[in-house]
Design a protein around this ligand. Structure first.
Ligand SMILES: CC(C)(COP(=O)(O)OP(=O)(O)OC[C@H]1O[C@@H](n2cnc3c(N)ncnc32)[C@H](O)[C@@H]1OP(=O)(O)O)[C@@H](O)C(=O)NCCC(=O)NCCS
Length: 137
C-alpha cells in the first residue's frame, strides 16, 4: 500500500477522531520497526520493539465493514509479530469505540490500563483510552 492509500482508507473509516495524513503514514512506513498488513479495504500498522508488538492503527473501509476483514488482519499481524519474536501485544482504544473494543475482546485482549482524557474529539469532551494487551502467540 502507498501512504496515500492508507490515508484514504483511514479518513473514510475514522469519523470520530482526526485521521492520519499521507505524510504521517509515509514517515511511519520508513520506521524500520514498523510494518503493515492488508490492503485498501482493511489494513493494520504495527510496530515491534524488544519483543513487544504495538498496534498503531487499524481501519476497515466503511463499505467493507462487518465482513470479518479486521478479524483476519488481526490474525495476520499477530503471526508476523510472532515471527519477529514478539511475545506480547498491546494497543490503546477510545473508551467509546465499541466496535474496536469488541473486535479486540474477540481477539483475546484484556484491559490492562486506562489513560484519562487521552483522545481529543472535534466536539465534546476528551475521551479516555483503554490500554489492552494479550500474550502472543
Ligand atoms: C473497528 C473496525 C476496524 C472493525 O473492522 P471490521 O472489518 O468491520 O471488523 P470485523 O468484520 O472483522 O468484525 C469482527 C468482530 O468485531 C466486532 N465488531 C466489529 N464492528 C462492530 C460494530 N460496529 N459493532 C459491534 N461489534 C463490532 C464484532 O464482534 C465482529 O464480529 P461479528 O461481525 O461476528 O459480530 C472498523 O469498525 C473500523 O475501521 N472502525 C474505524 C476505525 C477504528 O475505530 N479503528 C480502531 C481504532 S483503535
Amino acid at each position: 500500500m502507498t501512504p496515500h492509500e492508507m490515508a484514504s482508507t483511514h479518513a473514510a473509516a475514522f469519523t470520530q477522531s482526526r485521521p492520519w495524513s499521507t505524510s504521517e503514514f509515509a514517515s511511519l512506513l520508513v520506521n524500520p520497526f514498523a510494518y503493515y498488513v492488508g490492503d485498501s479495504n482493511c489494513f493494520a500498522l504495527v510496530q515491534v520493539i524488544a519483543g513487544e508488538a504495538e498496534l498503531l492503527t487499524i481501519a476497515t473501509h466503511p463499505s467493507m465493514q462487518r465482513q470479518g476483514l479486521a478479524l483476519n488482519i488481526m490474525r495476520h499481524w499477530h503471526e508476523q509479530a510472532v515471527a519477529m519474536k514478539a511475545s506480547r501485544a498491546f494497543l490503546d482504544v477510545a473508551a467509546d469505540n465499541m466496535a474496536a473494543i469488541k473486535l479486540y475482546q474477540r481477539c483475546e485482549y484484556y484491559q490492562c490500563g486506562l489513560r484519562k482524557d487521552y483522545y481529543a474529539r472535534e466536539f465534546g469532551p476528551k475521551i479516555d483510552a483503554l490500554v489492552m494487551e494479550r500474550s502472543l502467540p
